[in-house]
Structures are given as C-alpha cells and as structure tokens.
Design a protein around this ligand. Sequence first.
Ligand SMILES: Nc1nc2c(ncn2[C@@H]2O[C@H](COP(=O)(O)OP(=O)(O)OP(=O)(O)O)[C@@H](O)[C@H]2O)c(=O)[nH]1
Ligand SMILES: [Zn+2]
Length: 217
Amino acid sequence: MPPEDDANPPSVPLGASPPPASPPPTREEAENAIRTLLRWAGDNPGREGLLDTPKRVAKAYREWFAGYEEDPMELLQRSFEEVEGYDEMVLLRDIRLESTCEHHMAPIIGRVHVAYLPRGRVVGISKLARVVDAYGKRLQIQEKLTAQIANTIEQVLNPFGVAVVVEAAHQCMTTRGAHKPGVTMVTSRMLGAFRENRSTRQEFLAMIGAPRATPVI
Ligand SMILES: Nc1nc2c(ncn2[C@@H]2O[C@H](COP(=O)(O)OP(=O)(O)OP(=O)(O)O)[C@@H](O)[C@H]2O)c(=O)[nH]1
Ligand SMILES: [Zn+2]
C-alpha cells in the first residue's frame, strides 16, 4: 500500500462520505459565497427579489446534497430470511435519479434499474431506492455512481449477482457546452452471475426493456 501523504490521501471506505471540507464553512460564509455567484451571474444580490436567495440556496443544498449525511451500507443492514428459498431475480425498475454533476454542478436526471439474485435473504425494496438516493444526492459522475450502487449491494448482501443500469440526461451538456438536448448516457455494472452468465444478464436486460427517453432537461 502506498504511503498516505497529501498526494495520496487516505482512500474513503465504500459507502462512507468523503471527508468534509475542513473546517466546514459557516452558514454565513455559504450565503456570502452565493452572493458572490449572483454577482458573477451579472445580477445584484441587493435587489429585493434576490435578498433571501442565498438563504434559500443554502437550504436547498441540504436537500440536493443530503447523501453526504447517509451511510448506504447502513441502509441495507436489515434483511429478511423467511423467503421460502426464493432465489430468482429481484428487480427494482425505473427508480428516479436526481443527482448533480461534479464537473459543473448541473443536474443529472434519469432512472436507475437495480437487480440482484438473493442468497438466502432479501432487503426491503425501498432500501434499494434509498441507496440510489444516498449516492445520487452527492456530487457525482455517472460511472462512479453506477459502480457505488452495485458494489454496496454486493458487499452488504453477498448475493449471487448484482446488476445496475443508469440512464440519465446531464444538464451540463444539454443546456450548455455541447448543447445536445435529448442525449441519454447509459452506464451499467454487472457483478457475479450477471457478469459471468450471459443468459442471466439477458434476462435482466429484457426485463428492464430498451432504454426509454429520459426527460429532456
Ligand atoms: N464520463 C463522464 N463525463 C461527464 C459526466 N458528467 C459530465 N461529464 C463530462 O465531463 C467533461 C468535463 O470536461 P472539461 O473539458 O473539463 O469541461 P468543459 O470545458 O466545461 O467541457 P464541455 O462540457 O465540453 O464544455 C465534459 O465532457 C462533460 O460532458 C459523467 O457523469 N461522466
Ligand atoms: Zn457536467
């Protein structure tokens, strides 16, 4: 293992939030930063309509980035073993994804499909959606988000396989830059039987169907 110094900061354990900025800013510092951005946008933070905007934005950030307060591994701790030997695929399809691109801080909106092959125990299905939120409500790139969701389910449940597909539109390339509205990015991570067994993978892909158009954002 390489020595841990400034160039190689300690790696963040799976599921944990990255270390916070140190020290975290005060509410007042955050609101002042938003005033600066309002001026950068070309407006006047002192005009009536913008007076409370820094306060609102600081509050909104608590929702958009609520995932930093969650431990996705913890969300999957409760499982149920009375499943009568059920070992077929469990699929949660079309989970709404709301995330934020870490390069431009622009919205990423789409859907996630999560499947696993239980090994003797299952989790409450809402917990899979909560894991998507716990990683989604952070600054993200789609590839990392996809891997984090799959890796967490694999590590906590130890199922026979995990499959995750994410289909999403990135506002950083629909409303600016490349200006390509309607483009959908599709990423997947297949583990265990979904990676090794072609027919299992194909069953999953057939069940989620062809990628549907993501909302044009
Ligand atoms: N692979 C990947 N790229 C992303 C994701 N979200 C945004 N990007 C891309 O990240 C890249 C950042 O490129 P830069 O050249 O540093 O930024 P930029 O000058 O704003 O680039 P443009 O967006 O092309 O205007 C862009 O190509 C984005 O489209 C993501 O989830 N995954
Ligand atoms: Zn972006």
